[in-house]
Design a protein around this ligand. Structure first.
Ligand code: NAP
Ligand code: ZN
Length: 349
């Protein structure tokens, strides 16, 4: 079946309207009519070939929400009309230790929502900047928020889970001081989630203009990261830092803020490497520098349910399909509060 989509034909070309095919749903597949799709900075890295291996045409998008259109005969938990989401994963091997543990994100056979190999035409997955998607039931999430919030739920499918997973793994909660670095799509969700989990939240930003907004999102303190004096006030005091910055930067300035046994989790994935950190900043306080990639399907459902229960959604700017290229430029300038979401109904206009 053919659908309208938005994607790029080359890394140096803007995104444009395209027609794509979706497979006929199999017995365990769910066909979803996509209502909204968030714009993640990863979409930009991939579609502009900043990361290696982009296949063209490339249709990005892995913050997908919509309604079930049809279900295969062996689909057990979903029916037409249900509100659902699809994040960054559309398949995995389903039997390795990682899949058994519900950590499909770490399966060596994980298939991402775009730019991963698939038997479907054209040979690689095409993402959520499209009218519809067909996904195996295992990777479809249930949305329990009110329908009126659907557009603002979309960014939870990547920005939400990518910050939730490390916050939970490193046990953010009451009595813990958590730093969130970079107040973009991921960072603003990190602030909301860490705050809702009961942690003391310190937001680190390069943008003075985000100071008040970061507080409104739930930050207890806001630090302008270029101000040495403000940074020094937090030396050796933070339990956990979630670093979402999308560009190479000085990690040492942040590592020294960790207390003994503190951890900094890199989730930002810049195309170029960070300058190497000073090993002594790790040795001296037994600090950990680590990373984390999105999250597994069960923990994504856990995060969505937690957000529905606590009325947490993303702060979004809803755009039409033809505004996607402008949105990319604004995202690069940090000029988004805090996530662009595409109204997929406009793909057909
Ligand atoms: P975003 O909305 O563009 O936010 C990134 C923020 O980083 C900016 O708003 C800005 O915040 C800060 N920043 C940007 N350039 C900077 C620089 N040169 N120095 C210091 N700070 C800078 O991006 P996003 O969608 O949140 O994604 C962030 C990164 O995470 C991307 O690299 C993306 O590919 C990656 N990602 C990783 C995963 C994963 O599984 N690990 C999942 C999704 C996305 P301030 O204005 O507050 O400084
Ligand atoms: Zn993403």
């Amino acid at each position: 079946m053919q659908f309208f989509a938005y994607g790029a034909r080359a890394g140096d070309k803007p995104l444009e309207s395209l027609r794509i095919n979706r497979r006929t749903p199999g017995v365990e597949d769910i066909q979803i009519e996509i209502a909204y799709c968030g714009i993640c900075h990863s979409d930009l890295h991939q579609v502009r070939a900043e990361w290696e291996g982009t296949q063209f045409p490339c249709v990005p998008g892995h913050e997908i929400v919509g309604r079930v259109a049809t279900v295969g005969s062996q689909v057990t938990d979903f029916s037409p009309g249900d509100l659902v989401g699809v994040g960054c994963i559309v398949d995995s091997c389903k039997h390795c230790d990682e899949c058994e543990a519900g950590l499909e994100n770490y399966c060596d056979g994980m298939i991402g929502t775009y730019n991963f190999p698939t038997p479907d035409a054209p040979g690689w997955t095409l993402g959520g900047y499209s009218q519809a998607i067909v996904v195996h039931q295992r990777y479809v999430l249930r949305i329990r928020h009110p329908e009126a919030q659907l557009a603002a739920v979309a960014p939870l499918l990547c920005a939400g889970i990518t910050t939730w997973s490390p916050l939970r793994h490193w046990q953010a909660g009451p009595g813990k001081k958590v730093g969130i670095v970079g107040i973009g799509g991921l960072g603003h969700m990190g602030i909301k989630l860490a705050h809702a989990l009961g942690a003391h939240v310190v937001a680190f930003t390069t943008s003075e203009s985000k100071r008040e907004a970061a507080k409104a999102l739930g930050a207890d303190e806001v630090v302008i990261s270029s101000d040495a004096q403000q940074m020094a006030a937090h030396l050796k005091s933070i339990d956990l830092i979630i670093n979402t910055v999308a560009a190479p930067h000085d990690l040492d300035a942040l590592l020294v803020l960790l207390k003994r046994d503190g951890a900094m989790v890199l989730v930002g994935a810049p195309a170029l490497p960070h300058p190497s950190p000073n090993v002594f900043n790790l040795i001296m306080k037994r600090r950990t520098l680590t990373g984390s990639m999105i999250g597994g399907i069960p923990e994504t459902q856990e995060m969505l349910d937690f957000c529905a229960e606590h009325s947490i959604v993303s702060d979004i700017e809803l755009i039409r399909a033809e505004q996607i290229n402008d949105a990319y430029e604004r995202m690069l300038k940090g000029d988004v509060k805090y996530r662009f979401v595409i109204d997929n109904a406009t793909l057909a206009d």
